[in-house]
Structures are given as structure tokens and as C-alpha cells.
Design a protein around this ligand. Structure first.
Ligand code: SAM
Length: 270
């Protein structure tokens, strides 16, 4: 029976993909989890009906989440990833000689399912990795240690992920970071520009330097996604380091271009 997966980005627009096979479907304590194999995008992880990533375009999102900050910072030793239970962001971070990576993922089932069906989850076996199953907002509230880079690779700002976009969370992150770098996914400039404006005003109340950047993601709302780079010490324009040789999307030129925003977005984020 030919099946389709549909994700609605508004009440009357979205994407659909033809499904070859449903590989796993279930409900964890936190969300519905679906893994499908598709004609066009390969395997896809879907949480609560929203595409998290596909085998075909995951490299774009995860290279652009991880490598800008990694190429700006002189030499991050300790890294924190909040969310990212699929292991893709972790896999990119571990390409650098970091000493320790803590990954705080709310939902153990996401890690288990991704270890079973996707090929980056082996990153969790790296001896430098500490996997914490818990809420990232609580983690940054209570952790003693300092880290050099924090990545927020979360679901959309609803449910448990909502607090990851709050000013209090950013203040706690600022404490943990010192003069390090925060990078967070910040939704679709096409559909969520007002939300991104809100993130900007919260972050500029906490960090000296706040810069948004964008990237095309075929399977995300609007086909176009945003990230934010925030730091007291660093700006994204000081590229110091070379990226790993095996990347397919990130280059220093793409890094610089990603921070150039279209006129209307620039004006909205003034
Ligand atoms: N890397 C993929 C992408 O391309 O966007 C997806 C991100 S990853 C699957 C999103 C994860 O954030 C989910 O597994 C979800 O359980 C986790 N998450 C949501 N809220 C969280 C919180 N407060 N603390 C820790 N993890 C959280």
C-alpha cells in the first residue's frame, strides 16, 4: 500500500513524501516518534509530526549548526549539546580535538531509536562523550562546570523545548559559557520571523554579540532555516580555524555568506 507522510507547516501548506516503509512508530514519555524510509529523502526521523532530519539533507543542518562556532573559537575543549539525541551534531563536534562533550537529551527513546536506524549514533560510543538524559534547561541551571561552546539542537519551541528559548535559559547559559559561544537553532525566517525577533531581544539582553545566520533545508518549513550565534567575546566574522576535510556543505565562504541576511529579514532583526 503506497503511503504518504504529510507535515503541515501552516494550516494549508506543508510538505509530503511518499513512504516506502514505516521502520518504527511509537510514543515515548515525551513525544510520538516515527522513522520512515522514503523515495526521495531516504530515512527520516519525525517527532510529534515534525521532520527532524532526513538522510538526504541532514548534512546541511548539522554542518551549519556545528562548524561556524568551531572555526571561530581558538580551541574549544569542553562542549555541551542540548537536544541532538540523534547523534548527528555530536558526530560533527567529535571531528575536532575536543576533550569532553556532554549531550543532554530529554528523551532516551530518541537516542535508542536513532542508534537502531541511523548511522551517526555511533558517536555516543566515543570515550569523550557523556550522555545525560534530562531537561537541558534544568541542566544549565544546576551544572557547575564551564564549557566553551553550547549548541541547542532542539525541537520546535513547544512543550519541553519552549524553555530553551527563554531569557532565563539564556542567562543560565551565559553563566555556564563565560566568554564562550552559544549556537541555537531558531526556526524558519519565512514562517517564524516574529519568533526570531523575540529570540533576538532576549539574547541581546544577555550577550554582547548576537548574530543570526540562515541555511537552505529542503525538508524544513519554508525550505529555509535559521541559527543564532551569541557570545560576549567572539563574533562570527573572525574565522580562525580550518574545518574538517570531509564536509559537504560548510566552507569559510559559506560561513561568511550565511550571516548575510535578506533585506526584509535584516530590517526585521534591526
Ligand atoms: N538534529 C535534528 C535537527 O535537524 O533538527 C533534530 C534535533 S533533535 C532530534 C531534537 C531533540 O531535542 C529531541 O530529541 C527532543 O527530545 C530534544 N529536546 C526537546 N526539548 C528538550 C529539552 N528541554 N532538553 C533536552 N532535550 C530536549
Amino acid at each position: 500500500m503506497v503511503r504518504e507522510f504529510r507535515e503541515y507547516h501552516t494550516k494549508d501548506a506543508g510538505i509530503f513524501v511518499r513512504v516506502k516503509r514505516v521502520l518504527w512508530e511509537g510514543k515515548s514519555d515525551h513525544q510520538n516518534i516515527l522513522v520512515i524510509d522514503t523515495e526521495t529523502f531516504g530515512k527520516m526521523l519525525i517527532l510529534d509530526g515534525a521532520v527532524m532530519f532526513t538522510e538526504r539533507d541532514a548534512f546541511i543542518y548539522h554542518e551549519m549548526l556545528v562548524h561556524p562556532a568551531m572555526c571561530v573559537h581558538e580551541g574549544p575543549r569542553r562542549v555541551l549539546i542540548i537536544g541532538g539525541g540523534d547523534g548527528y551534531a555530536l558526530y560533527e563536534v567529535l571531528k575536532y580535538p575536543v576533550e569532553h562533550v556532554t549531550l543532554v537529551e530529554l528523551d532516551r527513546k530518541v537516542v535508542e531509536v536513532c542508534c537502531k536506524f541511523f548511522d551517526k549514533a555511533g558517536a555516543f560510543e566515543d570515550e569523550r562523550v557523556e550522555l545525560v538524559i534530562g531537561d537541558g534547561t534544568k541542566f544549565v541551571e544546576t551544572t557547575e562546570g564551564k564549557v566553551d561552546i553550547i549548541y541547542v539542537d532542539s525541537t520546535d519551541p513547544v512543550g519541553a523545548a519552549k524553555a530553551l528559548f527563554s531569557e532565563q535559559f539564556y542567562r543560565n547559559v551565559h553563566e555556564v559559557l563565560g566568554d564562550g559561544i552559544l549556537v541555537a537553532q531558531t526556526e524558519s525566517p519565512f514562517y517564524h520571523i516574529e519568533f526570531i525577533q523575540g529570540v533576538k531581544s532576549k539574547l541581546t539582553a544577555v550577550f554582547q554579540n548576537v548574530h543570526f545566520y540562515t541555511v537552505p533545508i529542503p525538508t524544513y518549513p519554508g525550505g529555509w532555516w535559521s541559527f543564532v550565534f551569541a557570545s560576549d567575546r567572539y563574533t562570527p566574522y573572525e574565522i580562525r580555524r580550518e574545518p574538517p576535510a570531509d564536509l559537504k556543505y560548510y566552507t569559510h565562504e559559506i560561513h561568511r555568506a550565511a550571516f548575510v541576511l535578506p533585506k526584509w529579514v535584516e530590517e526585521k532583526l534591526k
